[in-house]
Design a binder for this molecule. Structure first.
Ligand code: TRP
Ligand code: ZN
Length: 885
C-alpha cells in the first residue's frame, strides 16, 4: 500500500527464486478490533532451514510496532531493525517463538489492502484482503505463498458494534468479555499461505444452508451481507451448492471444513477472493435479483461463486510456490469455472463469450507495450499481473493441454496433480509433469506457451489436387516480437478441424501416413509444432471448405484467405455453434474491410445475406442468433488496423450494422421486437434469457434504421420492463442514440435506485457510453455528482472504466481532452488506491498505434503522468511500461 516510489523500482525475478530460510509452522493471532485502531498480537513458531545462513527477516508494511519478544524475552532495541518494509531480528533459532504486537488503522486504509473498513464508520464493517501481499499490512510475517502455516485466530471486539466475528477455519469457541466486548476463536486445520488469511467483523446478516458432501461431511454454508442486501443472496447460495456438487462429480473434489462463509462488500478492488473458508466478494458478483441485475450479471455471479469455490482445491489445497506461478491457480481455476458454466448453461454460448473476452481483453494486452508471458519473468508490483493474460490466456493453455489428454486422461492427470501436491506450494512445471506422468506423455513442450508473450499468427492455406483426390493443408506459425522478447520460438498449436463439402456436409478424414484405426472421423486435431507443416487428407472428392481451429482449439489469430462464400457456407452450415459464430465474425471483419477500403462488397453482401436468411428462418436458438447478429467490437476491429482512428472504427462498425439492419428490413425487425413478448414474471431459464438477449439486439439494430421509432419503442420498453435486463437494454439504446427521452429515463432510474449502489453504478456506466461528442463533458459533470466518489472502486470503474474502455471513440478524442482528464484523475486516485489506479491506467494501452494527432496527445498525457512525483509503485510500473517502445 502507498509505497511511494522515489527510488528506482526494484524488479523481482523468477530466476532469483530461493526457498525460504525461515518458515512458520504455527501462527496464533489475536485482534483487538476497532475502526480507527486495531491491535494485532502475533505468536510465530519459527522453523529454520539449517542449510541456509540467513537472519530472520519478516515482511511488514506500515505497521506501528508496540512490542516484540523472542522466546519469552522482550527484545532490546539493538536486536531488531524495522525499515523499508522488513523487520530483521537477531538471535532467532530453529523452534523459536517470536511475539509481536502492532497497531494498524483500518478506517484510514483507502487502498483496500490489509485490514480496512467497508462502508461508513457508523454502519460499515471491517474486513481483510491479503492477496497478494496484504498480510504484511496486518502483521509481521514471511509474506510469500511458499510459507504454509497453521492458523489459530482470536477476534475481540465490542459486541454491539461488531456482533458478527468471522475468520477462516472451523469455529473454536466464543464468549463474553468485560465492558460489552466479546470474543470468537477459529482454528484452520489446513496449513495455508498468508495470502489466504481473512477476517470479517461487523453488523452483518446471514442466510444459511446445510450441505452434505459426497462422502458425508456435513458443512454449514453461510452467506453474509449487510441488512439491505441479504435478500439478494439466494441465487448465490444456489450457485454455491451447484458448484460444490459439480466439483465432486467432475473432479472428485470435496470441501474440507465444517463451515464455508461467503461475505459481500461494496468496497473491493477486484471481483472476489478465495480466502480459506471465508470467501469475500465484491457485491457485484454476489447479489442478484431480477429488478436490479441483468441476465449477464446472474451468469457472472454463478461463475464467480464457482471460481472462488473451485480455488479451494486449485489454489488453496495446492497453492503457488511464488507469484510467478499465479496462473497455476488462476488459469486453472478460470478453466474449471468455464467448464462449470458450460455445463450449467449452453456450452457453445459460453465458448463464444469466453473467446470474445479473450479477444477484447487479452489480445490487445499481448499486442501492446505491457505484453507479458502467462508466467512473467519479472515484475515490480505483483498486483499489476492479475491480468487477462494470466487469467484468460492461462485458461486457454490449460484447455489445450486438457484437450490433448482427452476427458479421462485429463481427469487422471488432475487426480495425480492434486494428490501429489496437496498441502504444498507448486509450480507450473509440477502441473505439467503431473498431468504428463499420469498419462505417460511429455507435456513440457507446452511450457513454451507459458514463457512466451504475444499472440501467435496461424497461417493456413489449402491446396486441392483433383487427380490425386488429396487436400493438402499447410499450416505455419509466426509470433510478432513483444517488449524484451524480440525472437519467438514455434509453439505446439493444436488445430481441431473438419472439412466441408459445398453442400454443407462434413467429409470423413483420412490423413496420409496414419493408421486406419484413427481414420474416418469427421473431426480431428492436428498439432503444428514447428514453423510450418503440411497435412495431406486423402479420398477427398472435391475442393473442400476447411473449418479450422474448431471450438477455438488454440489462442491464436487465424489467417486464412477464405473466399467470402466459404465463410458464408460455414456460417450457414457448421453444426458447431461456436464455429458458426466464428465464421460470422471472420466474415464481418472482412465486411468491415470492404467498407473501409470501399473497393468491393463481396464479404459485406455475403455476411448480410447469410444473417438475414438465418434471421428469417427461425431455426437458430435466439441467444445464438443474437450473438451471430453482433459483429466484433470496436476494440477487436481496431486490433486489425495498423493505424487506429477510433472515430473511424466506430463509424464503420455502425455502418456495418446498418447494412445488416437494412438487409433484414425495418418491418422484420419491428415485428420480431413485438413478437419477443415480455412475460410479467421474470424467469431465468435459458429460453427466457435467450429471448431477452435477442430482443435487445433487435432493438439495437432497429435503432440504426429508424431511431425515432426505436426510441419510442425503447421508452415503452423502459417503462414497462419487469427485469433489469430489458430496462437497461432500452436505456442503453436511448442513451447511445442520444434520444431526447434519455433525460427523463435517467432521472427516473436515479430516483428509483438511489439506495442501490450496484444499480447506481449502471446509471454512471450508461452515461459513460454517450456519443463521443458529448461524453467527456458528461463524465466531468458526473464526477461532480454527489453520488460519485473516487474512494469506491466499483464507482470509479462504472464511470471512468466504462468510459475509457468501453467507449473508445468517446475516450480517444482528437483534442486530447479524454487523455488529460483520465491522467489528472489517475493522480488523485493513485493517492487513495494504487491498485485501482494502475488497473485503470491500462486503458491507455494501444496508444502507440493511434493516428498521429491522437498519438501525440496521448503521449503528452502519459508523459505528464509519468513525471508526477510520488506515484505508487503500482502506477509507476504501468505508466513506465506504457511508454516502452
Ligand atoms: N484471487 C482472486 C481471484 O479469485 C483475485 C483477487 C481478489 C485479487 N482480490 C485481489 C488479486 C486483490 C489481487 C489483489 O481471482
Ligand atoms: Zn481466481
Amino acid at each position: 500500500m502507498n509505497t511511494r516510489n522515489d527510488a528506482a523500482p526494484v524488479l523481482i525475478r523468477l530466476s532469483d527464486y530461493r526457498a525460504p530460510a525461515w518458515r512458520v509452522s504455527q501462527v496464533n493471532l489475536s485482534f483487538d478490533l476497532g475502526i480507527d485502531d486495531t491491535v494485532v498480537s502475533s505468536r510465530l513458531h519459527l522453523q529454520r532451514d539449517a542449510t541456509l545462513q540467513e537472519p530472520l527477516r519478516l515482511d511488514g508494511e506500515g505497521l506501528e510496532l508496540l512490542s516484540i519478544a523472542l522466546d519469552g524475552q522482550a527484545l532490546p532495541e539493538g536486536q531488531w531493525r524495522y525499515e523499508n518494509g522488513v523487520l530483521e531480528v537477531e538471535g532467532a533459532r530453529d523452534g523459536s517463538l517470536l511475539e509481536t504486537r502492532v497497531r494498524v488503522r483500518p478506517a484510514a486504509n483507502t487502498a483496500l489492502e490489509g485490514l480496512y473498513l467497508s462502508g461508513t464508520r457508523e454502519g460499515g464493517f471491517l474486513l481483510t484482503q491479503c492477496e497478494a501481499e496484504g498480510f504484511r499490512h496486518i502483521t509481521f510475517f514471511p509474506d510469500r505463498p511458499d510459507v504454509l502455516a497453521s492458523y489459530t485466530v482470536t477476534l475481540r471486539a465490542d459486541r454491539a458494534r461488531f456482533p458478527v466475528l468471522l475468520a477462516g477455519g472451523n469455529p473454536d469457541g466464543h464468549g463474553e468479555l468485560e465492558d460489552g466486548r466479546h470474543w470468537a476463536r477459529f482454528v484452520d486445520p489446513h496449513p495455508k499461505p498468508s495470502y489466504l488469511f481473512a477476517l470479517v467483523a461487523g453488523r452483518l446478516q446471514q442466510i444459511a444452508r446445510d450441505y452434505v458432501t459426497a462422502r458425508g461431511r456435513a458443512v454449514k454454508l453461510v452467506i453474509w451481507a449487510e441488512p439491505d442486501a441479504i435478500g439478494r443472496c439466494d441465487y448465490a447460495m444456489d450457485a454455491l451448492e451447484r458448484s460444490m456438487r459439480w466439483d465432486e462429480q467432475s473432479y472428485g473434489r470435496e470441501y474440507d471444513l465444517d463451515v464455508f462463509h461467503v461475505v459481500a462488500t461494496h468496497d473491493f478492488n477486484m471481483g472476489a477472493m478465495e480466502n480459506k473458508g471465508l470467501n469475500i466478494f465484491n457485491a457485484k458478483y454476489l447479489l442478484a435479483d431480477p429488478d436490479s441485475s441483468t441476465d449477464d450479471e446472474y451468469r457472472a455471479v454463478e461463475a464467480v461463486v464457482a471460481h472462488e469455490y473451485f480455488h479451494n482445491w486449485s489454489g488453496n489445497r495446492v497453492t503457488c510456490r511464488d507469484w510467478f506461478q499465479l496462473s497455476l491457480k488462476e488459469g486453472l481455476t478460470v478453466f474449471r469455472e468455464q467448464q462449470f458454466s458450460a455445463d450449467m448453461n449452453s456450452a457453445p454460448l459460453k465458448r463464444i463469450e469466453d473467446v470474445a473476452l479473450l479477444r477484447r481483453a487479452q489480445f490487445p494486452e499481448d499486442a501492446g507495450p505491457l505484453a507479458h508471458p502467462v508466467r512473467p519473468a519479472q515484475y515490480s508490483e505483483i498486483n499489476n499481473f492479475y491480468t487477462a493474460t494470466v487469467y484468460e490466456k492461462g485458461s486457454e493453455l490449460v484447455r489445450m493441454v486438457a484437450g490433448s489428454l482427452g476427458r479421462d486422461g485429463f481427469r487422471r492427470g488432475m487426480d495425480l496433480y492434486f494428490s501429489r501436491h496437496d498441502g504444498h506450494a507448486a509450480t507450473l512445471e509440477d502441473f505439467l509433469r503431473a498431468l504428463g506422468d499420469a498419462n505417460g506423455v511429455d507435456l513440457m513442450p507446452y511450457l513454451a506457451w507459458y514463457a512466451q508473450a504475444g499472440t501467435p499468427r496461424l497461417h493456413a492455406r489449402g491446396h486441392y489436387d483433383a487427380t490425386q483426390r488429396t487436400y493438402a493443408l499447410t499450416l505455419s506459425q509466426h509470433t510478432p516480437p513483444t517488449p524484451n522478447q524480440p525472437h519467438k520460438q514455434a509453439l505446439p498449436i493444436p488445430v481441431k478441424l473438419a472439412l466441408f463439402r459445398r453442400d454443407g456436409r462434413m467429409i470423413p478424414l483420412h490423413l496420409a501416413g496414419e493408421p486406419a484405426a484413427t481414420s474416418g472421423g469427421v473431426e480431428r486435431v492436428v498439432v503444428l509444432d514447428r514453423a510450418e507443416q503440411t497435412f495431406v487428407f486423402q479420398q477427398v472428392d472435391a475442393a473442400p471448405v476447411p473449418s479450422l481451429l474448431r471450438g477455438f482449439s488454440a489462442p491464436v489469430i487465424l489467417e486464412c484467405d477464405y473466399a467470402p462464400a466459404d465463410l458464408a457456407l460455414l456460417l450457414r452450415h457448421d453444426a458447431d455453434g461456436f464455429n458458426r459464430w466464428e465464421a460470422g465474425q471472420q466474415l464481418a471483419a472482412r465486411a468491415f474491410d470492404n467498407l473501409r477500403d470501399g473497393n468491393d462488397t463481396a464479404a459485406l453482401d455475403a455476411w448480410c445475406e447469410a444473417l438475414s436468411a438465418l434471421f428469417a428462418e427461425g431455426s437458430v436458438d435466439a441467444a445464438l442468433l443474437a450473438d451471430l447478429l453482433t459483429p466484433p467490437g470496436e476494440i477487436e476491429l481496431a486490433e486489425r488496423e495498423r493505424v487506429v482512428n477510433p472515430s473511424h472504427v466506430h463509424a464503420l462498425r455502425q455502418q456495418l450494422q446498418e447494412s445488416l439492419a437494412l438487409r433484414i428490413g425495418r418491418e422484420a425487425l419491428h415485428a420480431r421486437h413485438q413478437a419477443l413478448a415480455t412475460p410479467a414474471v421474470v424467469a431465468l431459464d435459458a429460453a427466457s434469457q435467450a429471448q431477452r438477449r435477442l430482443k435487445r439486439r433487435v432493438l439495437e439494430l432497429f435503432a440504426l434504421l429508424d431511431p425515432w421509432a426505436a426510441h419510442a419503442l425503447g421508452t415503452q420498453q423502459y417503462d414497462s420492463a419487469p427485469s433489469m435486463t430489458d430496462r437497461l437494454a432500452a436505456l442503453v439504446v436511448l442513451a447511445r442514440g442520444n434520444a431526447p427521452q434519455t433525460r427523463a429515463a435517467l432521472l427516473h432510474f436515479r430516483e428509483r435506485y438511489a439506495d442501490n449502489p450496484l444499480a447506481m453504478d449502471k446509471w454512471f456506466s450508461i452515461q459513460a457510453q454517450l456519443p463521443a461528442e458529448v461524453v467527456v463533458e458528461r463524465v466531468r459533470e458526473l464526477e461532480a455528482d454527489a453520488a460519485f466518489t473516487l474512494k469506491n472502486p466499483n464507482r470509479v470503474n462504472a464511470l471512468f472504466g466504462a468510459w475509457a474502455r468501453n467507449n473508445p471513440d468517446g475516450f480517444h478524442r482528437p483534442d486530447g481532452s479524454g487523455y488529460r482528464l483520465l491522467a489528472e484523475r489517475l493522480v488523485q486516485l493513485d493517492a487513495l488506491n494504487p491498485q485501482v489506479a494502475a488497473r485503470l491506467a491500462t486503458a491507455f494501452n494501444g496508444w502507440q498505434r493511434l493516428e498521429p494527432t491522437r498519438r501525440a496527445a496521448a503521449r503528452t498525457a502519459i508523459g505528464t503522468l509519468a513525471a508526477q512525483p510520488g506515484l505508487s509503485r503500482n502506477l509507476t510500473e504501468i505508466v513506465q511500461g506504457m511508454l516502452h517502445d
